[in-house]
Design a protein. Structure first.
Length: 282
């Protein structure tokens, strides 16, 4: 990855974080912590990896994306805005009664959303179905899904894992955001699902472990996934909940709480300072 590409992706991820926070603050509700921890992968997927076109969001040959951890929709909306699927100014309508941008993704109302999600565990199952459909119809599109680590406590995730390996879905990539925290605290204390890399490997997946905030790691992982034949790929991304905002980082309390005016201003100031350090425009 060259330095210009890396810089642009860092700027995009920071912008996604700002939009996610803007939406949650305006709504006075939402999920900032997990939205911030997936901003980098969303920036990479939408700006570099996936074949999608905002002018033709239902193109049957497009790559598919499923946000299995649907409560982190604020980050997805930010990525969709960057890609031109929706106006940036609509972000501030998040969770309003008359808005199409609700707290979880809605495939019927939001351009670029391929699957409505919210009930944890169901998104990866839908992604498996999309990948199998692509195989059956001899399409060359790829399917990407982002899961939460707390979500991996759901039994349906493991049914999907077994399904994907059985049907040799090598057009499927599951990216798990391993920030170690869920709404009730440390995942290992709530219902320990680790070691997730070894478990997915035992289920028949190709497994890659990366730093979820390092764009070189992210690029290498997705490039490697495209070389894998006969099995799905699982990317275990070690991340930081609330990444990019000092007082939110590694704090389970920011799983589902909106910042007040003072906290929002501080968070935006930190992100703007980071953007400025990269030579970007706030």
């Amino acid at each position: 990855m060259n330095s210009v590409m890396e810089k642009n992706l860092k700027l995009a991820a920071a912008d996604i974080k700002k939009m996610a926070l803007e939406g949650v603050h305006a709504a006075k509700a939402g999920h900032p912590g997990g939205s911030l921890s997936i901003a980098e992968v969303l920036a990479y997927l939408y700006l570099e990896e996936m074949k999608v076109d905002s002018k033709n969001p239902k193109d049957e040959n497009r790559d598919r994306f499923v946000l299995s951890k649907g409560h982190c929709a604020p980050a997805l909306y930010g990525a969709l805005a960057l890609k031109g699927f929706l106006p940036r100014e609509d972000i501030k309508t998040l969770r309003k009664a008359d808005s199409y941008l609700q707290g979880h993704p809605d495939m019927k109302g939001v351009p670029g959303v391929d699957m409505s999600t919210g009930s944890l565990g169901q998104g990866i199952s839908a992604a498996c179905g999309m990948a199998l459909a692509g195989k059956i119809s001899n399409k060359d599109y790829r399917v990407y899904t982002v899961l939460g680590d707390g979500e991996s406590e759901e039994g349906q995730v493991w049914e999907a894992a077994m399904f994907a390996a059985h049907y040799k879905l090598d057009n499927l990539v599951a990216y798990l955001d391993f920030n170690g925290l869920q709404i009730d605290g440390d995942i290992t204390e709530v219902m320990n699902p680790t070691p997730l890399d070894e478990k997915f490997k035992a289920f028949g997946w190709h497994v890659i472990v990366i730093d979820g905030h390092n764009f070189e790691d992210i690029e290498k992982a997705f490039n490697e996934a495209k070389t894998v034949k006969g099995k799905p790929t699982f990317i275990l991304a070690k991340s930081v909940k609330g990444k990019g905002v000092s007082f939110m980082e590694n704090q389970a309390g920011w799983h589902g709480v909106a910042p007040n005016d003072e906290e929002y201003a501080k968070a935006v100031a930190e992100l703007d300072e980071y953007i400025a350090s990269l030579g970007g425009v706030n």
